[in-house]
Design a protein around this ligand. Sequence first.
Ligand code: ADP
Ligand code: MG
Length: 213
Amino acid sequence: MIQTRGLVANYGTTQIAFADVDWQQGTLALLRGPSGSGKSTWLALAAALKSPHSGELRVAGVDISKLRPAEADRFRAQNVALLPQALQLVDALNVADNLGLAQWAAGQPRDNAAIAERLSQLGLSDLAKRLPHELSGGQAQRVALARALLLKPKVILADEPTASLDDAAAQAAIDALLQAAETSSATLVIATHDRRVNEQFSAPGLAAQEMRL
Ligand code: ADP
Ligand code: MG
C-alpha cells in the first residue's frame, strides 16, 4: 500500500510537487510522464532512498517520511523491491551471488534454495554462474528482476523496466512483474513513458491506477 499527502521533493532549491495517491495493497499503478517530470524521484521517495522535502508518505503501513538512514535501509530491504533504471548488478559477483546480495542487505542468512527457485522461475538457471558482463541486455534485466523479487516484497517499484528492450523482452519483463506482484499480493508501480506499456495496460481487464506527472 502507498499513501501520499502533499508530497514535495527537492534538489537544492528546485522543488517537485506530486499529486496524492492512495493505493491499496495489490494495486497496479503506472507513473506516466515525459523525461525529467519526476518519475524516478517519486520512486526514490517511495523506496526511502530520498527524504521528502515535505508531505506525508506511508508505504507498506510505515510512515517513511522521517526515517533515519539505517531505518530506511532496513525498511527498504524488508519491504521494497526496487528495479532501478541502471540495473546495479555487481560486476565482480556471478548471477547467483548478485541475488544473495538481496538476502545479505535484509540481514537474512544466505538461502541457496530460494535463489535457485527464483532463477528457475525466470528461466535463468543456466546463467547462475555467469558474471553480469557475460549477459545480454534482456538477461541482465531478468537477473535484476529476480534479485529485486527474491524476498517477496510488499511493494515493487520498477523504473522504466522496458527501456532498451525489444518487444519480446519488454513483454517478458512486464509479465514477470505482473506475476511477481500477484504471487506476493504486492503493490506494483511502473514508471514508464514506453508506449508499448501504456497500450498493454489500457487493455480491458487490467484495472491499472495511473498518476500523470
Ligand atoms: P524522470 O525520471 O521522470 O525522467 P527525474 O525524477 O529523474 O525525472 O527528474 C526530475 C527532475 O529532477 C529533473 O528536472 C531532473 O533534472 C531533476 N533531478 C533529478 N535528479 C537530480 C539530482 N540528483 N540533482 C539535481 N536535480 C535532479
Ligand atoms: Mg527516470
